[in-house]
Design a protein around this ligand. Structure first.
Ligand code: HEC
Ligand code: HEC
Length: 284
């Protein structure tokens, strides 16, 4: 082997060597909270100076037939945040939607999806939440108007995955799309209709109203007529990272808020997500 060929092979091997170990628990937690799972989208203030108050309470109000709630203060402030909660308290709220006192959280908090988290990723999220600055901010107390219909188990998140699962590209795609909770918006046809992971898996239709007017979660099934089955992978990537559809339409909130997170994903994670989206069965 020539010297340059040997050097080339060496560089290829170096690039292919697993680097996952180089990522600390805290870095992994940061990536999960601030990139893959978009916690701040619901839990962080927006606008000038908001970065220093990250995770201290969200701006939008989730007003549904069953409740009126806002994203809680999840910084380590002991009085207005979750600083007094144990690690297990935090994990139970994230994966089961139950507060330390046993009362359920409104399912605007997408715990049904977070049940899939690997034990290591759950540890990483808790470590990260404990590391952010404590911010004192009293969020309006939740109002529960009526007993919510029981939230259906997300079929792909029936149990936690393992680290070994994440090494498999297909299972990784399932994992990422689940923690990113695409189906929280894309498996509901209206505000009144509870989430339906069987008949409405990717069908969309639910209305979102705000300063942008009214948008409806899109059909992201592989239907070539009603969904995105006719889009190429590159077109799907552009929609998810630049917020522009193949016909040049700019995606509006709340999808554009999500895009701000997806564009910061690692390339391999985005590839796995895109491969998964293509497998959503068609609904015309
Ligand atoms: C789609 C919006 C949304 C996303 C995304 C979201 N949450 Fe929440 N979360 C909420 C809402 C709304 C509540 C309050 C529900 C209630 O009061 O019944 C909540 C409550 C919580 C609570 C309970 C806090 C308390 O004081 O009751 C914790 C802990 C929490 N979320 C952590 C997280 C973490 C960590 C992430 C990301 C991994 C996350 N959430 C992502 C909407 C969201
Ligand atoms: C907070 C709700 C929400 C979440 C979470 C969400 N979406 Fe969306 N999505 C929407 C809405 C609303 C639209 C329509 C926006 C518009 O019409 O401008 C949309 C549009 C899209 C589109 C464009 C489709 C078209 O025909 O225009 C794609 C693709 C898409 N979403 C994929 C995803 C994927 C994949 C995920 C998860 C990784 C996801 N979305 C998470 C609400 C959401």
């Amino acid at each position: 082997m020539s010297r340059s060929a040997a050097l080339g092979l060496f560089l290829v091997l170096m690039a292919a060597a697993p680097r996952a170990d180089a990522e600390t628990l805290l870095e992994r937690g940061d990536y999960l909270v601030n990139h893959l799972m978009s916690c701040g989208n619901c839990h962080s203030p927006r606008g000038p100076g908001a970065a220093s108050r990250a995770l201290s309470g969200g701006v939008q109000v989730f007003d549904e037939p069953w409740f009126r709630v806002k994203g809680a203060n999840i910084t380590p402030d002991r009085e207005t945040g979750i600083g007094a909660w144990s690690d297990d308290d935090i994990k139970r709220a994230i994966t089961k939607g139950i507060r330390p006192n046993g009362t359920p959280l409104a399912d605007a908090m997408p715990s049904a999806f977070f049940r899939i988290l690997t034990p290591r990723d759950l540890d990483a999220i808790v470590a990260y939440l404990r590391s952010v600055p404590a911010v004192r901010n009293e969020v309006a107390a939740p109002i529960y108007k009526a007993a919510s219909p029981p939230s259906p188990t997300y079929p792909l998140a029936a149990k936690p995955l393992s680290d070994a699962d994440l090494a498999d590209p297909v299972r990784r795609g399932i994992y990422l799309s689940t923690v990113a909770h695409c189906m929280a918006c894309h498996a509901r046809t209206s505000d009144e209709a509870p989430t339906d992971y069987i008949k409405a898996f990717g069908k969309g239709g639910r209305a979102f109203r705000g300063p942008w007017g009214e948008t409806h979660s899109a059909n992201i099934t592989s239907s070539r007529v009603a969904g995105i089955g006719a889009w190429s992978d590159a077109e799907l990537r552009r929609a998810l990272t630049e917020g522009v559809t193949p016909d040049g339409r700019k995606l509006r909130p709340p999808m554009s808020d999500q895009v701000a997170y997806y564009r910061t994903w690692k390339a391999a994670d985005l590839d796995a997500l895109i491969a998964w989206v293509r497998t959503i069965p068609p609904i015309d």
